[in-house]
Design a protein around this ligand. Sequence first.
Ligand SMILES: NC(=O)c1ccc[n+]([C@@H]2O[C@H](COP(=O)([O-])OP(=O)(O)OC[C@H]3O[C@@H](n4cnc5c(N)ncnc54)[C@H](O)[C@@H]3O)[C@@H](O)[C@H]2O)c1
Length: 296
Amino acid sequence: MEIKKVGVLGCGLMGAGIAQTAASAGFDVVVREVSDELCERGFAGIDKSLAKFAEKGAITAEQQREIRGRLRGTTKFEDLADCDIIVEAIIENLDTKRDTYRRLDGLCKPETVFASNTSSLSITEMMTATSAERQQRFVGLHFFNPVPVMKLVEVVRTILTDEEVYETAVEFGKKLGKVPVRASDKSGFVVNRLLVPYLLDAIRALEEGVGSIVDIDNGMKLGCGHPMGPLTLLDFVGLDTTYYISEIMFNEFRERRFAAPPLLKRMVMAGLYGRKSGRGFYDYADPKNPVPMNLV
Ligand SMILES: NC(=O)c1ccc[n+]([C@@H]2O[C@H](COP(=O)([O-])OP(=O)(O)OC[C@H]3O[C@@H](n4cnc5c(N)ncnc54)[C@H](O)[C@@H]3O)[C@@H](O)[C@H]2O)c1
């Protein structure tokens, strides 16, 4: 099957990036938000990002106009009815996502593929909000932030995903200029399955006095060639988000390596979420010169 028209649900951080990337790849894109105001805010972000690409010479002014011309915002679900694929990037809440899918299932044409960008929820659990026919046309498309820049997309299949639909989703990922990684619907897919235990272990190493915040970060940066250390990375990702994902993964696998260390839980309880709250493993009072916190 051929994908021409793309629907995107949500014009937040990820939805805006997905919409921009799809329009840049030549697809007609309709983005649905809950209000005109949020739609405008999302499109302002897209305009800013496209202007940056144009400034750097990555796209011409004409291409910038053409890309923008392929993007349309709406607050009506009905405007997504004739899309060939719908990529959902709304808030990470299972009930909200299931309600949205149930509603769209009745509106969209039978061939429309449903894809979720969820980081932690089960694709299978979302899929069951739709009809038996649609369940075979349901996949995960897990992009990384910022979507227009990051090259990876995890393409996730459930035990019911139709083979042709899955291959269409993989091809769609390639057409967006991404490298698709094939994964099955198990919590964390490939990247978080490996990354989350590593990040949690870095917190355990700090708790157990293996090294200081700076030494743990420098160890992994300079010893393994990582662009940033695990505790710095945790502050970027958000400690609340990491805690939430670790709880879901622990519930799925019941293995200690996915369990949140007590220090992480306490930092979240205390409101130390990382960069977004101003403090995490580092204090960002001066964002250019983060100072390690005294936590243990
Ligand atoms: N932030 C990341 O780094 C990241 C990475 C990969 C995947 N994800 C996943 O992407 C999804 C979105 O995350 P985000 O960071 O963009 O969140 P966000 O809060 O920036 O954006 C979510 C948007 O969805 C909108 N929304 C809520 N309900 C809606 C509905 N019914 N229809 C249309 N829009 C609706 C909200 O108004 C909001 O603008 C989540 O499932 C998240 O797990 C996030």
